[in-house]
Design a binder for this molecule. Sequence first.
Ligand code: AMP
Length: 424
Amino acid sequence: MDIKAPRGTYDILPDQAHKWHYVEKCAHKTAALYGYREIRTPVFEQTELFVRGIGEYTDIVKKEMYVFKDKKGRSMTLRPEGTATVVRACLEHNLAQSSLTKLYYIGPFMRYERPQAGRYRQFHQFGFEALGSRLPSLDAEIIQATFDFFISLGLKDLQVEINSLGCRECRPAYKEALVTFFNGKAEELCSECNNRLTQNPLRILDCKSKNCREISHVAPSIFGYLCGECKSHFTKLQEYLESVKLPFSINPLIVRGLDYYTKTVFEIISNELGSQDALCGGGRYDQLAEEIGGKSIPAVGVAIGLERSISILEKRGIVIPTDADLDVYLVALGDESDLVVHSLQKDLRDSGFRVERDYIGKGLKNQMKDAHRSNAKLAAIVGADELKSKSVTLKDMKTGEQKMHPVKSVIEIVKKRLEGGSWS
Ligand code: AMP
């Protein structure tokens, strides 16, 4: 067949699905623990939302968005990230009125990027967004919640890196200093960074090319330019993190790829992920709501990459629990037994047991093979003898032990047996 999944996308096949169930379950659990409520937004939005929200000179807006015209000629974009969409929804539904609004989302996002290990054109993010406070204690909570999500997955020893990007008041002077510095090195910078020099000089700091990295390491640091408020915000954030013994380091080269960040930015990284080493990225975005045409709402958030989270679980050999095995496989011998098995299946399911039966008309041997293959704990067999005595034979698939029981008591006995009890 010539038709394939689009480049940079992939199918989650049934033998991988349990990994997604696992990370999603941990995500919902961590969000509940921290008091974040779920929000689901459309997978496409008006293009203007992202151009205004993310910034027209960012890589995402310039090169990576899937933009299309709808039938009425309106420009729409498949969502490349979650924060702008969540803020749009909050403004539209007046969610962030006076008190703090804590939300989370899980879902697919689309960016036209060059596919490579850890980088896809459709990927999944789990994100927290907290709107309505300027205080650094909230930045600390978001970092802590993200860290705890990774702990709940079983991931320890991850590096938390924080930085400050300043604000509207102090960042322009820093940008100017960077432009002056990098202008003197323009010939040594890659061609992409030469473009960034005029459009988005901060992004030069996180260019992956070796030359640019070496130059960035001796570039002026933001910490010489932060205004009093930004400086104190960053100091307090560190105090909060230290007070709960959350290990972190300061990395002045974290700038993030989205223009909306102010003050705090952070990433959690793992060296095991190669060049795409960031498991998540987040920070404060006090001006985003205004940028997209709403009132001013200070806010902070994070987006966690789920593909990379799963990839590191695999790399570290962490056993991801599989979805529960079957409780009972029902085996029928003949048409009359088939009817008994069919209604027994319904009764067992009504009682909450995971049950399967044959639907292709296989013989006893092959039905028993399927019972083994499905990892069922018990097989329930109905043949001629059982029909005659209105009974069912229950077989323990591990020990091979088996016994006939009246149909009426089967559910009670299955329950007892699965709880580790005896047949009688
Ligand atoms: P961002 O939305 O760019 O701040 O990214 C946040 C996190 O999402 C990253 O740290 C990655 O874990 C993940 N991520 C971003 N882009 C991709 C992508 N193209 N493929 C897979 N994961 C991604």
